[in-house]
Ligand binder design. Structure first.
Ligand code: ADP
Ligand code: ZN
Length: 823
């Protein structure tokens, strides 16, 4: 029997099954086995899940197979289709297969199993004979057998009960004599499924007729019966008793009279059913148009991929809801993915409002038992819609009719550890397997998806207008290079004149302002706030990184080294070349310019303080703060009707990250930030400060011109061979020792370069320090493979991984075949 184990080794393992359990051990069930001296739970896989050509270590026929300890599940808990999808994905991205398959197992800890000893029929006979006086049992055996006649017990329990006997030796000889045997026993799940009692109207009962006849003198019972008649799936008794503690006795008498019945059902986490807001609206003509091909694919069961490209507020969510309804009406299930469940309450609430109890919301706040309950309901088809973050992809929907990925461009869809899958790619595989459409929705599609639509691989559908003709927010771009106003110390003001004016106006109006400073990785970037100049690598087109220890600049892609300029090479400013601007300095300036305003700051340093983030968000919500200064934490997901102005302090900063997606990220982030302003009746205003007002990632934010941005960015990608044109593979080597890290990275680079011939359509870049060159006390070096020859890329990657196995133990290697996070 072949088993996948959750260990970072790229192979499957063979175990022996005791004859008694042969029938139970089918693919998709879990078993408990010994591995490297540890007890682990593995997943039984089909024998042919991966073949030898898939470069897994082949069967080791010389090894004596060990026996499994226990069978955990009575029936398969993972479908064969899911196992095949994950095995294929693991192979594509070079992930250890066991780590990939581990994602599909039911949530919560594995149920405990035990191997107690029990009497065999022969043992029972022997015991009976002894009772009749015929003593065939020697010495200590009798008390042991008597104890086991009561119930099966484990070695541990018996040793405790008979401290003076050599229990283990005795048991072994009793097994050998065939008097007792060892059994497998499941001790119930550790994550117990919480149940609740549901009251339902009994079949064929007419509540109104009953109210007027038998229940005429019991008005409370009659009312209760009518309430239950109205609830199709019954009502949990805990909800009823919450409102009226006498309900219990009324329910009992209704049940006694045969009007109602009770049922035990798994209790779901936090299901306050939203009753209002579920009403349907009339579709706009744009929405109706895009739904035609989507419904058609659902109906005809075609695994078509749609890119639903719609500006913020264009009604994408309504399209998802209608598509979900279509899948349900055809008896199929739907999966809706969102980037981060805590930041996307709105869409979750809307799915709930529309579909009520049909929805399982899979979020990290669920207790293990609740999560398991949701999982079981989906697997058995009692619940038909799963909503969740990327891990919801593994939900056991056996009858999938639709997958939706909202905000498909979001980096949160990529898993950055272990099995480094991208939800978009796995969703495609699931859709293909289930023969159902996949909708990728976004206001700012990823370059990959947009390009794929351009090539006709996926179908682009567009919603170019906001619902109800509401205008998109007004976005102004301010050129910081033309700002001359100085503070008393002679430094340039951080807030430009137009932004100061806008804050003033918002304050006068009683509106709130968010000032957004994207400071990520800031101190290591050479960015001059006086003129906006940043040092870049000409070859790789990414920002150079300042290394304080060696006091020099380096390219973190190709390892070019440059001296730190004495003064800003853009404007000659002697001081700020390395400093840029921080939130503290901004707060100082805001407070001195607007002394009466109530100002709060939210950045990473402060966010770690207990309760601080909540108090800032509360301040925004209750409108008892005027100006909030924050980093990207304030940009995402929150909706505050009082926010009238969003100011972006230095849009350039995001452009100067050593990441080939820096422009794309900046455009997406700013478009999203702009969407924050003026959600309520008041029109919103957005002011973006920058030194490069004409930059192709910034100017189109103001004109809401995604296409303009896309056309420019795709040229850059093509020129440098970055995705979606070439593939990029990223390998990070890390160790505590700097020299060991460097040597190991060089070893891998040599192994990779050995396969590169002249004219190959593949480059090996580096090794260079990783953009985050030190993390948790470990030095990090990075190696990139970039090119269009996929077969060669595979060979080079495999050679690198093989070389990685021979590195010293203290060095670790993390390979990401399709990286999203480049830092
Ligand atoms: P998106 O997901 O594209 O940002 P939403 O689906 O949230 O857009 O729609 C924006 C707003 O318009 C929401 O308040 C939604 O309820 C409303 N809306 C969507 N479709 C319609 C429609 N056909 N008629 C009226 N209002 C609609
Ligand atoms: Zn470079």
């Amino acid at each position: 029997m072949r088993v996948a184990l959750p260990v970072p080794i790229d192979r499957l393992f063979d175990y022996r099954v005791p004859a008694a359990h042969e029938d139970e051990v089918v693919p998709g069930t879990r078993v408990r086995v010994r591995f490297a001296g540890q007890e682990v739970s593995g997943l039984v896989v089909p024998k042919d899940l991966v073949t030898c050509e898939d470069s897994l270590v082949a069967e080791d026929s010389t090894r004596e197979l060990s026996e499994i300890d226990a069978v955990i599940d009575e029936e398969p808990v993972v479908s064969e289709a899911m196992m095949r999808i994950l095995a294929e994905a693991a192979r594509e991205i070079y992930s250890p297969i066991g780590l990939a398959l581990a994602h599909a197992r039911p949530p919560g800890s594995t149920p405990r199993t035990a191997r107690p000893y029990a009497l065999t029929p022969r043992g029972e006979r022997a015991l009976a004979q002894r009772a009749l006086g015929a003593d065939a049992l020697g010495g200590d055996a009798f008390p042991l057998l008597t104890r086991l006649a009561d119930k099966p017990l484990t070695l541990g329990a018996l040793s405790k009960a008979f401290p003076r006997i050599d229990v283990s030796g005795r048991l072994a000889s009793l097994v050998a004599d065939g008097l007792i045997e060892r059994r497998f026993e499941r001790r119930g799940p550790t994550a117990r499924i919480p149940m609740e009692r549901i009251a339902l109207i009994a079949p064929d009962i007419d509540a109104h007729a009953a109210s007027e006849s038998e229940l005429a003198r019991a008005p409370r019972q009659a009312a209760l019966l009518r309430q239950l008649a109205a609830a199709k799936d019954g009502i949990a008794t805990r909800w009823l008793t919450k409102r009226d503690s006498n309900v219990g006795s009324h329910l009992r008498s209704l049940a006694a009279r045969g009007f109602i019945v009770f049922e035990e059902r798994p209790r779901l986490g936090a299901t306050e059913t939203v009753l209002d807001g579920g009403g349907e609206v009339t579709l706009t003509s744009d929405q109706a148009d895009v739904l035609v091909p989507i419904r058609d694919s659902i109906k005809r069961q075609i695994d078509q991929v749609f890119l639903l490209h719609g500006v913020t507020g264009s009604g994408k969510t309504e399209v998802y809801l209608r598509a979900v309804a279509e899948a349900l009406s055809r008896g199929r299930q739907a999966l809706v993915l969102v980037p981060e469940i805590t930041l996307t309450h709105q869409i979750v609430a809307r799915v709930r409002a529309r579909f009520g109890d049909q929805v399982a919301v899979l979020h990290s706040g669920l207790k293990p038992g609740e999560r398991l309950a949701q999982w079981e309901r989906l697997r058995t088809g009692q619940t038909n819609i799963a909503v969740g973050a990327r891990s919801a992809l593994f939900a056991p929907l056996e009858n999938l009719g639709l997958i939706v990925i909202d905000e498909e461009h979001d980096g949160a869809y990529k898993n950055d550890e272990g099995f480094r899958y991208h939800a978009r790619e796995l969703a495609r595989k699931r859709a293909e397997d289930a023969s159902c459409p996949l909708i990728l929705g976004s206001a700012t599609p990823s370059l990959e998806s947009r390009y794929s639509a351009e090539r006709g691989e996926i179908t682009r559908l567009s919603l170019p207008r906001r619902v109800g003709g509401r205008p998109l927010p007004a976005v102004e771009i301010i050129d910081l290079g033309r700002e001359k106003d100085k503070n008393p110390r002679g430094r340039k003001l951080i807030l430009s004149k137009p932004l100061r004016g806008a804050i003033e106006a918002a304050l006068d109006d009683g509106g709130q302002t968010i000032l957004f400073l994207n400071r990520r990785g800031f101190s290591t970037r050479v960015f001059c706030f006086q003129c906006g100049h940043a040092e870049r690598c000409d070859d790789c087109d990414v920002a150079l990184v300042f290394h304080s220890a060696e006091y020099q600049l380096r390219c973190h892609y190709c390892d070019l080294v440059r001296a730190v300029p004495e003064e800003c090479s853009g404007c000659g400013d002697p001081e700020t070349a390395l400093l840029g601007v921080g939130t503290e300095r901004l707060e100082e300036e805001v407070s001195s310019l607007f002394p009466k305003a109530r100002v709060m700051r939210l950045d990473r340093d402060l966010a770690s303080k207990r309760g601080h983030t909540e108090s800032v968000l509360r301040g925004l919500k209750n409108e008892d703060v005027d100006i909030v200064i924050g980093t990207q934490m304030v940009a995402k997901g929150h909706d505050f009707p009082g926010v009238q102005l969003v100011g972006v302090i230095a849009a350039d900063i995001g452009l100067h990250l050593p990441d080939f997606r820096a422009a794309e990220r900046t455009f997406q982030l700013l478009t999203q930030v702009a969407g924050r302003a003026g959600r309520a009746e008041r029109p919103g205003r957005v002011v973006i400060q920058t030194f490069v007002p004409d930059h192709y990632a910034l100017a189109p934010v103001a004109t809401h011109d995604y296409e303009g941005f896309y056309r420019e960015e795709i040229l850059h990608r093509e020129a440098l061979g970055y995705p979606p044109f070439g593939q990029l593979t990223r390998t990070v080597v890390h160790a505590e020792d700097e020299e060991a890290t460097r040597l190991a990275a060089q070893t891998l680079a040599r192994a990779a370069r050995a396969l590169i011939h002249d004219g190959a359509r593949l480059e090996v870049l580096g090794p260079a320090p990783a953009p985050i060159a030190r993390l948790r006390g470990r030095h990090r070096a990075m190696l990139l493979f970039k090119g269009t020859d996929e077969a060669l890329l595979r060979r080079v990657t495999e050679a690198t991984l093989a070389a990685a196995k021979r590195l010293p133990r203290e060095v670790q290697v993390a390979l990401d075949a399709r990286p999203v996070n480049m830092l």
